[in-house]
Each structure stands twice: as C-alpha cells, then as structure tokens.
Design a protein around this ligand. Structure first.
Ligand SMILES: [Fe+2]
Length: 584
C-alpha cells in the first residue's frame, strides 16, 4: 500500500464521501468494481485434511485507456464541484474510473474518492459531482483506471452565500473557433494563476466544416464537414479538447459555461437556426437534442436533474459578494430572429409577445435580482443587451450598416419587450449593482444601460440602471478592417451610452470584484497565428473600466487590480503530458 492508498483509507474511514456517478449526468451507472470470478469448481481433498481457504479471485485487469482530452471541473457550489474527464479505451469496454480529490497537487493529502462508469453510451466521458467538500477551498483532482492516471487538475469550492467575502476574480471568455487560430487567449488566462473561476459565455465550439469559417492551415476542423449528428458533435467536442491551451485552462480553474448558438448551429432559436436546412439536414429538434446532449457529456456542467439537458439557466453564489445568474437566450425559448431590413429596423422587434427567454426563465431572473444574496448581481448571457443605434451612424456605407443590422436583430435589440421588462423591473424596484456580462459578437464593449438611451430625447442624463461588459473573442473574427476603426469612432457619437469599444482584437475580460467596485479589465493577445507568441498580452491595448457600488456610471482608465496572495499553490500543470506515463 503506497502512501496515497493509506491516505485514502484514512479519509474514507473518517467518513469521507464515496460517490457514484455516471457519464453525462449527476448520478446513475453502476460504480461497483467488477466482482470477478465468483468461484472455482470443487476440488477433491483428502479426508481429515483441513480445507485450505480458497484463493481470493483475481479481479480482471482494468482495460487499457488513455486520457487524451485532459481534465476539467466546473459549476462550483459551496461543498461540491463537477469533475470531468474522458477515457479512450483500446477497445470497447465498460470502464470503472476513480476520481480522487486531495488538498495538494502531489495528491498525497486525499480527502475523498468517487467512482464513475464510462462507456460508449456516454462517449466515454466521465462526470462526477464531487460532494462533501469544504466551502471556499482549493482542491486538486485526478482520475485513474487501475494504475493509469490522468493529469492533475486544480479546482475550488465557492464560499457559502452567507459568508462575508471581500473579493473575487474571474475571467470572461467566448467565441473560440478552432480553425481561426491558436487558443492564445486561453493560454493567457491559464497563465494568470490567480482567478477563482472562468466564465465561458458560449461558442465554445463551432459547427462549420473545413473552409467554411476560418482556414488556419494547421487547424482543420474534425470532422471536416458541418456537424449535424450526435456522432459529429462528439467528434468536434473531442477535437477541441485536444487543444493544449484549452486543456491547460481547464486544468487550472473551474469553468462555468453556457452555450451560445454555435454549440448547435449559427443563429439558433428554439425552432430552427440560420445554419440549419431541414431539407438536407433533418429535423431541427433532433439536431438540437443531439447538440445539447453532447454538450452535457463533454462539458463540466451540472444538469438540473439527471438526464435533463433542456435547461441550462442557473445561478451561483460567491459568498455574500456576488450572485451570478446565467441565461439561455438561444435554445430554450427564443423566437425566430427578424431579418435585417435594409435601411430601417423592423418594427416587429417591439412586439410585446416576442420572446428571447421564456416566462419561467424571466421569473427566475427577476426573482434572483429581487432576492440577491450577493452584493453584486451579475448576469452572464449570450447577446448584447444595450441598444445599438445604427442608422444614424455617420460615414458608414449601406453595406456596413447592413452588416451591423444583421448582428443587431440577433441581439436584445431584436426582442425589446423582454429587455424592457428587465430594465423596468430594475428601475421600479431600485435594484443596485447589476452587471450584465455578454459574449457572442467577437468584440469588446462597455455600456451603460438605460431604458431609452437615445441622444437628446433619451434619459441619458438620468441614472444608468445597470452596466454591461461584452467580452472579445478567443479567435473568432471581429469587425472587418475599416469597419472596425470607423465604427469605433462613430458609434459613441450616436450611442453615448456606449463608453468603450474595441472591435477586432482577441482577448478576454478579467473581472475583479470588491464590495466597492466591479472592475472589467479588457486584455488582448499579441497573436493567434504564431505558436510561440501564444499567451502573450499586448499591454498597449489593455483597457480598464469599472462601476462603483451604488452607481452604474462607467468609470474609465483606472489602475489595474493587483493579484491576490494566493490561497493555494500556483499550479502550472504540464501542458504536454506524456501519454506513455498514464499508460503505465
Ligand atoms: Fe461567436
């Protein structure tokens, strides 16, 4: 018995959790170790000779597996967190996988162990909801099958929602199209070390075939055609999780993720998608179901209940400092986007019956705003919340306006009744400290939110009701050259509630939250094309904005926040782990 085994026995003897979990859900599956040969045939023995005890049946050797897709964790609560990996067996098998949680990266101080079963049914994904942990702690975790071990990951639990908490730091990322370049942004985030979690606002994968969206020669999508079937979605998720920078990110921090449109198909809504043709690609509901189920298999996300892949809107509490409500503005209830009308905005966007989120989801959001446990109320969601006045922008050609209109009808601007319900609720109930976090449009924005921000006749000189920070993309292209520069200058002229834009560079937002202010630090990388420049930040472009507690007025050009003294060892896991080692 090595020291790890002794530690485990001590931990389990002291009442630690031994949980069973299946793939793709929070429970289910037979986690028991195979019983082995139940007995051997009777052998004749001499009379008066004591029968020797039967030798213990040898359990069958565990199958040979590899851990090619890294490890991940996510959806941290105060005493539990989702742990994820995927095993690749040499041949089809049902694989019993053990997940170990420890308080040190060497995995010697073991506090709990869990078992799960991986099989072809769940694409050999392993998902464990590691319960029984202590609040507000960092942990390390590792999976093993026999002597074959995965890389070690680091994760944490959140402080309890009543616990006085003075600071949180997290990164916001979105839109990582594999064939557009290296995941340099993921490496930059993984290298930060001092974050509590990473918030991924969607477009974690893209559905397109080779050459359809991005043509970086070393990063051809797999499968090479547009993904439509369950098997297609599985292959695409698998390819993304072979990326070394994405693996490093997942190893370093827990992730809280929601899907956007490209996890299913471009501009998806509850009844279809712009990039779905029922005549050639089958029934949308089947494709949507496959995309959602595979997302739950491959992402470290907790289903509302086992097997429920329909609903991903949910809420997290980081001590008494912040609540984070995540919305699904895509697949649950969105009405079909309106077409971009040349030269005018379709008045149907103001139809009071037009829905971006369901009534149930709206109730969930508003109740969370009313009864917040945290000082700050963050809302993480997909599409831009602020109004974007396009038609009056000077200097834009009709073609440029057409491109912006097409974007705009997909955002809350195309669903104004739902937006106004939220803003009116904030206004009527005098709710403070609401910050919307947004992805989807591959560009950076800092917006003050008003019910009517139109110039002169609007309420721009009134108190803003909330703030919005829109994250740049990991690799997906922003505005084309020319339009990016022109729009950056022209947008604020007719949209003075938009306080900052950067419309073409790739990066992330570091959100640093204290009781006094919520600060958004926009960081950009030098390159997504050069392998050796991955993770390098272009300091010249860094932009810091913030809102202070009690005011949603955006302040600019503040000093960068300082990293904390870490409450855990800074852990840089080996990125290119040696597969021979894990094969033993
Ligand atoms: Fe995107």
């Amino acid at each position: 018995m090595d020291h790890r085994r002794r530690a485990l026995v001590r931990a389990l003897g002291a009442g630690s959790t031994l949980a069973l979990a299946g793939c793709g859900g929070g429970s289910g599956g037979d986690g028991g170790v195979p019983a082995g040969n139940p007995g051997t045939p009777n052998q004749p023995t001499a009379p008066d000779t004591p029968t020797p005890p039967s030798p213990e049946p040898e359990p069958p050797a565990p199958p040979n597996v590899r851990f090619l897709h890294g490890v991940a964790s996510g959806d941290p609560l105060s005493t539990q967190v989702i742990l994820w990996t995927r095993v690749t067996p040499e041949e089809d098998a049902v694989v019993t996988v053990t997940a170990t949680v420890a308080t040190d990266p060497a995995m010697t101080a073991v506090v709990a162990q869990y078992q799960a079963v991986a099989s072809a049914d769940g694409d050999y994904c392993v998902k464990v909801d590691a319960t029984g942990l202590l609040p507000g702690r960092w942990y390390y975790y590792q999976f093993e099958v026999g002597q074959q071990r995965s890389p070690v990951g680091r994760t944490r639990t959140f402080p309890e929602s009543w616990k006085a908490t003075d600071r949180a730091r997290f990164a916001v990322v979105s839109c990582s199209n594999f064939p557009n370049g290296y995941f340099s942004v993921y490496k930059a985030v993984a290298d930060l070390g001092d974050l509590d979690f990473v918030l991924h606002l969607g477009d974690y994968i893209y559905e397109y075939g080779a050459g359809e969206y991005g043509d970086f020669p070393e990063r051809v999508p797999d499968p090479p055609h547009e993904i439509v079937t369950r098997e297609d979605y599985r292959r695409r998720h698998a390819q993304y999780k072979t990326d070394e920078d994405l693996q490093a990110l997942h190893q370093q921090f827990p992730m809280i993720a929601i899907w956007d449109d490209h996890e299913s198909a471009n501009d998806s809504w509850h009844g279809g998608a712009e990039n779905h043709d029922p005549l050639t690609e089958g029934v949308w509901q089947q494709r949507k179901s496959a995309a959602r189920e595979v997302y739950f298999e491959w992402m470290p996300i907790r289903p509302r209940e086992p097997g429920n892949t329909d609903i991903i809107y949910r809420r997290f509490h980081f001590g008494d400092l912040l609540d984070l409500t995540l919305l699904d503005t895509r697949l649950e209830s969105r009405d079909e986007p309106l077409p971009a009308a040349a030269g005018s905005l379709d008045p149907n966007r103001n139809d009071p019956d037009r829905r971006l989120i369901s009534e149930a989801q709206m109730d969930f959001l508003l109740a969370g705003l009313d009864n917040a446990r945290g000082h700050w109320r963050f809302i993480g969601q997909q599409v831009m919340f602020a109004q974007l006045n396009i038609l009056e922008i000077p200097g834009l050609t009709p073609d440029m306006k057409g491109q912006l209109l097409a974007v705009n009808m997909d955002q809350w601007d195309g669903y104004t009744a739902d937006r106004d319900t939220i803003l009116k609720h904030i206004e009527d109930n005098r709710i403070d400290n609401v910050v919307v976090l947004t992805g989807d449009i591959h560009t950076s924005w800092a917006n003050e939110l008003y019910r009517n921000p139109a110039v002169l006749v609007g309420d721009l000189f009134a108190r803003p009701l909330a703030a919005e920070f829109v994250a740049p993309s990991v690799t997906s292209p922003g505005f084309p050259d020319g339009l990016a520069e022109l729009a950056s200058v022209a947008l604020p002229v007719v949209n003075p509630h938009i306080r900052y834009t950067e419309l073409k560079t790739h990066g992330f937002i570091l959100v640093d939250v204290t009781r006094g202010r919520a600060q958004a630090e926009f960081h950009y990388v030098n390159s997504i094309e050069a392998y050796d420049l991955r993770g390098q930040i272009n300091d010249r472009l860094t932009k810091v904005v913030a809102v202070e507690s009690g005011s949603s007025r955006i302040k600019e050009d503040l000093p960068l926040s300082r990293p904390r003294t870490l409450r855990t060892a800074l852990f840089h896991p080996p990125v290119e782990h040696n597969q021979e080692e894990v094969l033993s």
